[in-house]
Structure formats: C-alpha cells, structure tokens
Design a protein around this ligand. Structure first.
Ligand SMILES: [Zn+2]
Length: 497
C-alpha cells in the first residue's frame, strides 16, 4: 500500500509516521498476540519457557541477550525477529545508514532534502535487509563496529578529512533503523564493549575525529554461552547493566520435542527414485544419543552438545541406508540401528571430551553412547516382552554374521532359523505388509537391542553370538517352576532376587 509513495511529498501527504525500531517490533508483536498468530514458527519446545520471556522483553522495548549452550536455536530466534518488523520502511535512496526521509541523520541526506524538498525520491527497504549480524571475535575493532575515516573517499572527492562525507560507516551505523545481533558477546574486547555501552547509554555514536554524533535507532540483541557471560571480567559490568533482559535457552526437554526438531531440520527427504522410511525407533535412538551425551560425565558440560548432533547424525544414517539400498537395488530406504554406528563421523566432532573421555577416545565414547541409547529405547518398547527364546538360540551356540551392508533379503533369510525373532521384530511397530527393508530394520533393532542389554554379543568377525561370560540364565522350565512356587494370590508373579 504505502510503497506506492515515491517522493518525500507523497510520504508527507500520506500522513506516514516513522517509529523507533523497538516500538515498531512491539506494535507488530501486540498485533500478532491479539490475532493469536504463531509467534516464532519453527522454534520447538520453547512455548512455556523461552517464548514468554522473549515476548515480555519485546513488550518492554528491551535490548536483550539469549544465554545458552551451542545448538539451542539462539541465532535462529534472533533471525526470527525480522518477522516482527514492518514489511518495508521508507528510506532516502543510497544512504548507507538508511536514513528516514522524514528525519535524516546524515549531512548528505539533509543536504539533498534542502535542495530537492518534496521532490526527493524515496525507496522502500524490505524488512529482510534490516537485520545485521556479527559474530564477536577478539579482533573486532571500533572501526569495524562504529566506523572511521575513509581516506580514499576523501582523496577522490577532494574533501577535507574532517568532513562528514569522508566517513566510512561501521556495522552499527549501518544497522540504523534495524536489528543488530552480536553473537558470542563475551568474545568482544573490553574496549569495544565500552563502545557498545556508550551506545546503549547515550543512544548515539561518535565516530573518532568527527565533531558529529549520530542518534542511531537500533534494537540490540546478543547471544552468549552462560558460563562465559557470568565469568568475572568477561563482560564489563556497566554493559551488562544496560541489557534489559537475560533469557536462558535450553536443550529439548523431551525426546518427543527433540524428534520434532530433527524432523524439521534434517535433510532426509532425498530427491531420488527411492522412498525413505525412517522407523520411529531410529528417530528415538538418534535423539537419545544426544540426551545421553549431555548427561555423560566423560563429555564437557560447559560447551554442551548441540541439537546439530542428532540432525547431522540422522542425515548420515539415511545416507548409509541409501548406499546399501542402491547397492542391493532395493526400492525403499529403511535405516537400521547399525546405520547409526556408521554415522560416527557426525557424532565425534560434536562434543568436547573431559579427561576421562580423552582416555577412552572420541570414537569409543560415541559407540558407548549409541549402545546405551539403543538400550534405553529398546527397553522402553520391549518392556515386559519375553526375549528369552531368541537369547537361548545364541546361548545354544547360534551365530549370525550380519553387518550394515547386508541386504534386506539376505538379512531376513539369514535370520529365518532364529525362533521368535520375527515375532519380536513385529513388536517394534512393523505395519502389515511391511517391505523387506522395513522387516530387516526391525530385526536389526531387536538384535542391537539385545546386544545393548548385553544379552548377546557382537563382534566384527562373527557378528552376533552368545553373550560372553554371561551368568547362566535359568531356562524357561526352571523359571516357570520357580514362579509357580512363589505365585502370589492376585495371580501376579513375584520375583525375588
Ligand atoms: Zn543519510
């Protein structure tokens, strides 16, 4: 609508009023809240925690900081703020600081308006162009942030160096009338933090050597690792004091939310002839690897375990299954638990090890995590299900030489002699008429589950075999006899240790 206005005169006659960025963001947020629109689409699991705090900060017109470990969608939230800006705003064409035609800051724009008056053309800046992002590093200078003299500009135009037109604007002036996001704030040198403090304090910047001050209009948002942020001496106190809200982010609280995030982010719908079907237990195990990693004392808690771990892992899991399906000329790609072990390259680089972990090695730590994750998911699904028939088959000397490259048909044929295995596989959630790759995946899940529970063992040469040096389990008959002896009145069996 407003973009049909082409000159300053048009703009004035339309009654258009510019507003400060924080007010603009607030107004649009209020409108969305009233309309019941979704606020941060694609941000999962923060509805009860982060989002309400974010809303309050914006309603309060605060500059704010998101405190959280890596891979907690901090940058994503900040980028989503763009949706709270007006679709477009009028600017003076060519102005590096996006001057408001109704209230220009820079000398050049003021001169143009004096000369051209209502005939000054205006352009409309889309909101996507109003987000400036900077990763803080120790080598960022005041010149990068605020600006300095551009001697080349001066020489070319034959201008005096103290003339405002010779200024080279830094990131902050270029973020005028926009959102300025600084990631990893504690990595900024103290001197630069003082500079930021002045801006938050005074609301304007002064560029070295120039007599002018620019009354910038910026919504400043930051991110930081909580431990860096609270460590003494990392952030100058007056700057901390000027940040209106500190908002803590977190990793997904439930496996359900984690699955939803990875489902949204991972590239698994491959463009090809093969359909990809990912069983639920695979999605759960992949998330559980991250949950286990975050709780593992061999892994450094201060740096965290990013949600990018399950996302990239699931992509590699699908790729390993895709590679097998292509080789075996199968029509459908169904990942298996063994494909998760093939996804180590996307796991080992996603965490920092503590000393104990370093002794064990990243690869072994990752294998342990997967095995433990499989155990957790398998135990959940197979709670109360009798797996003894299958375990006994191995205890009697059976072995299955299988690997992640074994085709679905080979795997099904090779395991046909194991009594009860197919029934257990059905319990993993196979649908009637499941394809061979889906059946093979379910069988693989059962075998890997038993391996994770240490009821059977697995090695590279012989595949799955009986558990090594496992204490002898009572046979079914022995256990039945025992149960009959101790049967309790309700009909429920009671087990004694
Ligand atoms: Zn200007």
């Amino acid at each position: 609508m407003v973009s049909s206005l082409h000159t300053l005169g048009d703009l004035r006659r339309s009654g258009y009023r510019s507003k400060p960025v924080k007010q603009e963001v607030r107004d649009n947020l209020v409108r969305k809240l009233q309309a019941g629109e979704p606020l941060f689409p694609g941000i999962i699991g923060y509805d009860e925690t982060v989002v309400p705090q974010l809303v309050n900060a914006i309603l309060s017109r605060h500059n704010f900081i998101l405190l959280g470990l890596r891979g907690q969608a901090k940058s994503r939230i900040l980028r989503a703020l763009v949706d709270l800006l007006d679709e477009q705003i009028p600017v003076v064409p060519g102005c590096e600081i996006h001057d408001d035609p109704l209230a220009p800051l820079c000398a050049a724009c003021r001169a143009r308006i004096a000369a051209e008056g209502d005939n000054l053309p205006i352009t409309w800046l889309p909101r996507e162009a109003r987000f400036v992002e900077k990763l803080a590093t120790p080598d960022v200078t005041i010149a990068d942030m605020v600006g300095d003299i551009d001697p080349i500009k001066a020489a070319q135009a034959g201008l005096n160096l103290s003339d405002e037109l010779t200024m080279h604007y830094g990131l902050l002036p270029r973020a005028n009338r926009a959102i300025f996001a600084i990631n990893e704030l504690p990595d900024l040198a103290g001197k630069i933090q003082v500079g930021l403090f002045n801006i938050l304090q005074e609301g304007d910047v002064q560029i070295k050597g120039y007599p002018i001050r620019l009354k910038l209009d910026v919504l400043m948002v930051f991110t930081a690792n909580p431990e860096d942020y609270t460590a003494r001496g990392k952030i100058i106190t007056p700057l901390k004091d000027r940040i209106g809200s500190e908002i803590r982010t977190h990793y997904p609280v439930t496996r359900h939310n984690a699955v939803a995030i990875t489902r949204q982010e991972a590239w698994t719908d491959r463009v090809g002839e093969l359909a990809v079907e990912i069983p639920d237990y695979i999605r759960e195990v992949v998330e559980e690897v991250a949950f286990q990693a975050r709780a593992d004392r061999k892994i450094d808690k201060r740096s965290g375990v990013s949600q990018r771990l399950p996302i990239t892992t699931l992509e590699l899991v699908v790729s390993n299954a895709e590679r097998r399906a292509l080789g075996a000329r199968e029509k459908v790609v169904v990942p298996r638990v063994t494909d998760i072990y093939a996804a180590l390259p996307s796991i080992t680089g996603k965490f920092e090890l503590e000393y104990e972990g370093e002794l064990r090695g990243a690869e072994q730590v990752a294998r342990d995590l997967i095995r433990s994750a499989v155990g957790s998911v398998f135990t959940g699904i197979f709670d109360g299900v009798d797996t003894r028939t299958v375990v006994e088959w191995f205890d009697l000397g059976g072995s299955l030489p299988l690997g992640d490259n074994t085709s679905a048909d080979e795997l099904i044929t090779g395991t046909r002699g194991v009594q009860g295995l197919r029934d257990l596989a059905a319990h993993a959630g196979l649908k009637p008429g499941a394809t061979a790759p889906a059946v093979a995946s379910a069988i693989d899940f059962v075998l890997e589950g038993l391996y994770a529970q240490k009821k059977i063992s697995r090695n590279d040469e012989r595949g799955y075999t009986a558990a090594e040096s496992a204490p002898r389990r009572p046979t079914r008959r022995e256990e039945q006899a025992l149960n009959e002896e101790i049967r309790i009145p309700s009909g429920k069996k009671k087990y004694y240790n």
